[in-house]
Design a protein around this ligand. Structure first.
Ligand code: GLC
Length: 561
């Protein structure tokens, strides 16, 4: 295993838990049915009220806000038309300052989504760039001449389906977009683009934000000769994005230089965090490279191993082992289960497991996420056990970037199911608009009368309370925060059992995936004197013997005494 110090004090983002908010559907303060910044501010106490032993707050340390900049909302904010302002849908810069101040007051950091692989086509920079071939910003985006005998300048595809090239009449040229045609990619080779984005970064850092999540950050660089991507061995469909090895439109060496520059700017400020989405068509092996040779790129390149895993202990353990082995010394892993682009984990995993007890899966998954070595990133509502809304009427879908593209069968499915309103209480619309019964931006999941924050707070056994306690246990345990991770079963197929070891503390985590049978633990550690830190079957503080059987679906976190 990678050698890491089990004692060194860690920066806040290694100790802390990050919580992703999708602002359109978290909380609506102004009663227009769309989430906003004031709504988030009013709900901060639910996330962290400043009391480390709170009975009502989840206890997270940082919020990552999906984009809040001015946007025509073709991709729901991932298409920015003004990088230094707040979209009126969400409020004003003053609202943002207030959110930041209120969050900081409670010890919550704020991370912004920085969407600079592309802008919106409504951004004045693109409007100018597209107006003719010799304006001052003519070279800020990726323009190519039509080519004799070819429909498009090359074979690069859009991740959202279809060709990645769109023709501009004014320039009589094509521009490239990794995503939707309304999301033109920047030309990061151009130093002026780099300088302009550096100004954006400084604008927000000066305002006090605690870091960024870089959107699509492995797609900044492109081949300067615009060479065709080679097809994957055995692939036959030239229209499918995934048929190609993305050798020339992603992950080029220059991409690392760009991220190093962004990191250097962050490093001029104290304690700021850089996370990046580096997975697009790449694996953990490539993402790991984005820590940088001397840890001078991303602090946390997103680790997509859990989202891409089935609910099977051997597979999940393999992902942790892989992460442990690949993460460079002195770099730090991260894990998450859900985000705004993929189906929620309970929806994914219920389908592929034989168990239909979603509460049991939710608690087991929570325990896994919060007890492996690395920063956990939660997605709003996951702590309640929210699942995808799979029956949103087609006319109510909002993922326009995906559904409106004329892309044929290779287009991804709309991502709305995992983006429905946060379920606050059992009142109409789940309390999304603070008691006002206005139709929300996306329909509320029909299970909200039973599954909501208010109900969860009063149910001692709720998934929320399990997360809350788990977060408190983790905060108080050096072993869980930074101890070494060591599996105790080599090829698990029914249960995961691993240790977290710090200098003065040893914690054992046991998760039984078997939904019918108890299991006897046969692991090479002392059996007696394990004290329960948190368990779905035993009272906290009880001292148990590992010879006792693990109940079906038991989750137990134990400290050796
Ligand atoms: C990232 C975002 C996704 C968005 C895309 C284009 O993958 O997570 O939501 O559609 O980038 O910006």
């Amino acid at each position: 295993m990678t050698q890491v110090s089990a004692t060194a004090p860690q920066p806040w983002w290694q100790n802390g838990i990050i919580y992703q908010i999708y602002p359109l559907t978290f909380a609506d303060a102004n009663g227009d049915g769309i989430g906003d910044l004031q709504g988030i501010t009013q709900r901060l106490d639910y996330l962290n009220d400043g009391n480390p032993n709170s009975e009502t707050a989840l206890g997270i340390d940082a919020i990552w806000l999906s984009p809040i900049n001015t946007s025509p909302m073709v991709d729901n904010g991932y298409d920015v038309s003004d990088y230094t302002d707040i979209c009126p849908t969400f409020g004003t810069l003053e609202d943002f300052d207030e959110l930041l101040a209120q969050a900081h007051h409670r010890g919550i950091k704020i991370i912004l989504d920085l969407v600079v692989s592309h802008s919106s086509d409504q951004h004045p920079w693109f409007v100018e760039s597209a107006s003719n071939r010799d304006n001052p910003r003519a070279d800020w985006y990726l323009w190519q001449d039509p080519m004799e005998g070819r429909e498009y300048p090359n074979n690069w595809r859009s991740y959202f389906g279809g060709t990645g090239w769109t023709y501009s009449e004014a320039r009589e040229q094509f521009y490239f977009h990794t995503f939707h045609a309304n999301q033109p990619d920047f030309n990061w080779q151009n130093p002026e683009v780099r300088a302009a984005i550096d100004q954006v970064i400084r604008f927000w850092l000066d305002r006090g934000v605690d870091g960024f999540r870089l959107d699509a950050s492995s797609a900044y660089s492109k081949d300067i000769y615009f060479r065709d991507n080679p097809m994957k061995y055995g692939a036959s469909d030239p229209n499918d994005y995934h048929s190609y090895n993305h050798l020339y439109d992603k992950n080029l060496p220059e991409n690392h230089r760009i991220i190093e520059e962004i990191r250097a700017t962050l490093d001029e400020y104290d304690n700021r965090l850089l996370i990046g989405e580096t997975f697009i068509d790449s694996s953990l092996y490539e993402s790991i490279g984005f820590y940088g040779i001397t840890n001078n790129e991303l602090h946390l390149p997103f680790n997509f191993e859990f989202p891409f895993s089935p609910w099977y202990p051997g597979y999940l353990q393999r992902q942790v082992e892989k992460t442990e082995r690949l993460t460079p010394p002195s770099a730090w892993p991260n894990y998450f289960l859900d985000n705004h682009d993929i189906p929620r984990h309970l929806s994914r995993w219920i389908e592929c497991s034989l168990c239909v007890d979603s509460e049991a899966i939710a608690k087991a998954a929570a325990a896994l996420l919060l007890t492996v070595r690395g920063t956990p990133i939660l997605y709003y509502g996951q702590e309640l056990g929210m699942v995808d809304h799979t029956e949103i009427p087609p006319q109510k879908l909002q993922d326009r970037a995906v559904i409106k593209v004329d892309a044929g069968e290779d287009a991804p499915l709309p991502r709305d199911g995992a983006r429905t309103p946060m379920q606050w209480d059992g009142s109409p619309q789940a309390g999304f608009s603070f008691g006002q019964d206005v139709e929300p931006w996306l329909p509320v999941h029909p299970n909200y009368p039973e599954l909501n924050v208010k109900a969860a707070l009063t149910d001692e056994q709720s998934i929320f309370n399990f997360y809350r306690q788990l977060i408190q246990v983790r905060r108080q345990s050096p072993a869980l925060r930074w101890g070494k991770w060591r599996p105790l079963i080599h090829y698990p197929h029914e249960h995961l059992v691993y240790l977290r070891e710090a200098e003065d503390e040893m914690v054992l985590v046991a998760i039984n995936f078997n939904y019918e049978l108890p299991l006897t633990l046969d692991v090479p550690v002392r059996r007696e004197n394990w004290q329960v830190l948190l368990s779905t079957c035993h009272a906290t503080g009880k001292v148990i013997d590992l010879a006792e059987a693990l109940q079906s679906f038991e989750v137990s976190i134990l400290r050796q005494i």
